[in-house]
Structures are given as structure tokens and as C-alpha cells.
Write a protein that binds this ligand. Sequence first.
Ligand code: ZN
Length: 592
Amino acid sequence: MRCIAFIAVSLIGFALLSACPGRPAPADLVLLGGEVYTMDPGHPWANSVVITGNTITAVTDSAEEARAYVGPQTRVVHLEGAFVLPGFIDGHVHFNRAGALINDANLMTVADDAGLRAEMERVVAILDDGEWITGGLWGAYEQWALGAAEAGEGVADRWRPQRRTIDDIAADNPCLLCSYDYELYLANTAALRAAGLEAEPLPGMVLDAEGRPTGLIERGSPALERLRAAVAEKSHARLLDENRAALRRLAESGIVEVHDIAVPDQTARFVELQAGGELTCRVWLRPDLSRGEELRDRGMTMGLHPASGEPDAWLRYGALKGYVDGIMGTHGALFFEPYDDQPDNYGHFRRHTSDDPDYRNGNMEKLYGLLRTGYEAGFVANVHAIGTRGVALLLDTIERLRDETGEDLRGFRVIHAQVVRPQDFPRFRDLNVIAEVNPYHLSDDMRWMEERIGHERCRGAYAFRSLIDNGATLCIGSDWPGTSAAEYLVHPRYLIHAAVNRTTLDGTPEGGWFPEQRITIEEALRAYTISNAYAAFEDDVRGSLEPGKLADIAVCDLNLLRCDPSEILDMNVVMTIVDGRVIFEREENGRE
Ligand SMILES: [Zn+2]
């Protein structure tokens, strides 16, 4: 205590502090007085976290203990009881596409003129004059609200936007916007001029009573073809800006790492952002499963940086991403029994599991070969499997790899694992296979799941409780930014809410969809932190708050472990720390 009082009045500070006997070296950052959940089973709750450089140096039970690390250069953050946990790791994103939903038009929730104008104003403010505005997907959520039975029937009388609605806002930005089903497009006057269509209309343009273009363009028409040819490709600078917007969104969401479905041009942008000191989220790249041989020939393997070929804690190759079957939304997921509403359809294979152009016949030998080649090149595989048969075939193939290599496998994942047969649940544990799930998809799919596969099969759908109870490691991913029909939100509160409450954001159905499959908030947080670190082979250095681990931390304004599940959606992230660096903080945070 005498030591602290002395420093408070000392102007020489640092030198004297170092000389003070029995004191630890001063830290760079001290998070003081929070409700700290560590994910360390030996020391689950703490009060303060001490960080030096990029490393957690102490996790203390009292603020007093943590104050011993405060020197004159130390930044102290007074948490005032805020909830602190290991930073969220998102186990599944498509980063490449995410920024376009922020910096370009996103009309999924829009189905009227006012909404369209508001979104155009937002986007015009982001872009430079002359840049094209594309994207849109208007009406997606209106269609969503119609539910399964009416979907597709309301098409005739749906909202039809006109170019004059946006012309004054986007006078200097040509726009080509689409409806959620790509049946209709909207071009503003600047776009029609750029394509030479204003004075000389082509077939496919909807005209008004006076024969002038309304701006509406029909799918598959010569007019649309002309417009598409006129759309300027996004510049490298604009794509980098989209990346920056996506990184900001991740930082605001408390996300410290993403497991990305990698595409080569995005990987190059990550390298560039990192070189410029702008990468604020760790990235575990998952290249396509077919790339095992090529990556091996380039000397690449898991953990290595795509440009330097050296180990890197920020940007590195992870697992290879494969596909067994299609998706539920298109009746493409593979099942042992046909779909209830399509009695001849059992779903279909994908290019990693079939040689057919239409993927009707499976070739699991092909998947096995790809898994084996990748494995011998040092890559595990994370493979998309959604229907009961898709999941079972994948587990069979992983089992064969285990048996033929004679090795204990680790890190293989069933991505989505959406519908699982009762007998397959224990196989996740037996094969040490991770279930990488996307809880938010529930709120989209629950509308029509029973209609498509019936009540009995739905018992094993999004069956997070059964997976955990059968000993599977559960990892959570968002699948951000989503499909043309739904945006998969990236903020962890939405995914935790879906996993714990099993309802849509507005709480339907009451009590939750198959509520016996709910998991606890603690289980969801575990799947979001230490389990995702384990799934990337890095739980020894990240994923929990323990001395010696990398300082990746999220601070929230609501203690998720002491709140009612109905409050989860109220949670905001107030600070995000990656590698010891504060990359996001809300203004009102206390400082010293
Ligand atoms: Zn995905």
C-alpha cells in the first residue's frame, strides 16, 4: 500500500516503480472491477484482468490485487461491473461478401418507398459520386412474413418501386437494384443513361402509361443484359473499404476471430490489410477442399500465413472446406427418406461427393480421396452436411479415414449438422468430430421445417442439446452475411438468443421450437469461445482468460450468465480487445 501512495505523488513514476520490491512489473492495460467469466474451469469468475503487450499476465479476484500492476503508463479501464469474457470467435463467415451488405444497398427489410429512400440516402453518403449502387434483395422479409403456405403467391401485387423514387437521391450514382428473388430489377435514371436505355428502351423494361421507362427491368431480358454490362466492377479501393466496414462490424460485435470460407482474392486483401496494420480480427482461412494438393505443393499447411508461409497468429490457413449435400431452403439436403412435400426427392450431392452435372448420384470415394489428400498435406477438413443422410455419410467417411490412417483424428467438423438421426449423435463423440452449428438459421428455417421433413425428423433438427448430451464439441458460427432470402446476423446476441430460446427475434413460437433442444447461455458462450479456439487447434493460447494466453477479450454491458434468457437480445458489446489492443470501445466507457 505504501508503494501505491508513493507512486501517486511521484513524478518519476516508472523508474521508482520498477525499483519497488515485491511489486510486479507494470502492465499496459488493466481491466478493473468487472464480472469476469474466464472459461477456465479452475477459476471461472474473477474481478480484473491484467494485460502486458499482447498477453494476459494476471486474472485477479480483487481490484486491489490488479492495482499492483498499475504503473504511470498503464491504461486502467474501470469496468464498473461490466461483464468480461474471452472474445467471441465466429466459427463460420463468408467475409468476402459481408462488407457489401454494409457499404452497398441492403433492401432485405425494405418493401416500400420510404424504406428505399432511406437506404439509398445511407449508401450515397458512403460512396463517391459515379460509383454504382448494386445489391438490394428488396422484399425478402416481406416474403418471409408471408410464411410457407403463401410464399410465392403474393408476387402479383407486391411492391413495385419506380426510378423517380430514388432519382433525386442517387442522381450521381447509377443504381441497379434487385428483388429478393431476382425477378425484378430497378434502374435509376443515371443507370439507364449509362446503359444507353433512357431514350431507346429495349425489351424487358416496364414502361408507364406515357411509354416512358419506370426503371423496372425484368429478369432475363435484353435490357437487363445491357445494364449488367454497363455496371462498373468494384474497384480494389472500394473492395478494401467494404472489408474495413466488415472489420468494424466484427469489432463492434466483440468478435476477435473468424473462421472464414476463403476465396483467393479476399485472402490477398487480408494480406494487404494486415500489412497496413488494419487487420483487427484474427482470420482462420478455410480454402476449398479440392485445394489440398495445390497448397501442399506450395509448401502450405494449417497455421501458415498465405503470403509469408510462416506461422502467424493473425492470418493463416486452417481447415479445408468441403460439401456433402445441398441445403434445406432448396430441398437439397440429403435424407434417407424423401421430403414430405416432395415424395420423389431425397436431396442431392455436391461437387465433392458426385461426378454428375446434376449431383444425383453420390461418389463418396471422391470425398474420401479429397479428405485423405488434404490430411496428408497437413489439413483437417470442415465439411458441410445438412440432411440426415448427408451427416451420416460424412461421419462414415471420417470414420474410414480414422481407421485407414490408424490415427486419432482431431479438428474435423460437420458444418451445419442441421438434421441428425438418433443413432448418429454419439458418433460425434466417438470420432472426436466437432459439430459446427449456426443457431440463427433456426429462426429462418423453423417456418417450414416440419412441412418439409415432418415432426419426427425435426426432433433431430438443430438438436444442440442432443449433440452436447452425447458428448459432441459444439462450435457456433453465424454464416454471415447470409443468403438472398435472409441476412444471418453476426452479433453474438442473436445467435445466443436462438440457441437458448429457440425463437425468432420477436419471440415466436412461444416457449421455443422443440424447446427440449435448448441449451444454456453458458453452453452457448463456451461454443463461441474456448470450443472455437479448440476447433482451430489454439485452445492452448486463446479462448479463455488465463495468464499466459493471448489477450482477446470482449466486454459487455449485460452479465449474460446472470440475466434472464429473455434479456439476451439487450446485450451490447462495449469494448473489444484483440492481441492486447483495444480495437473498439463505446464512448461512455470509464477511463483513468
Ligand atoms: Zn456458409
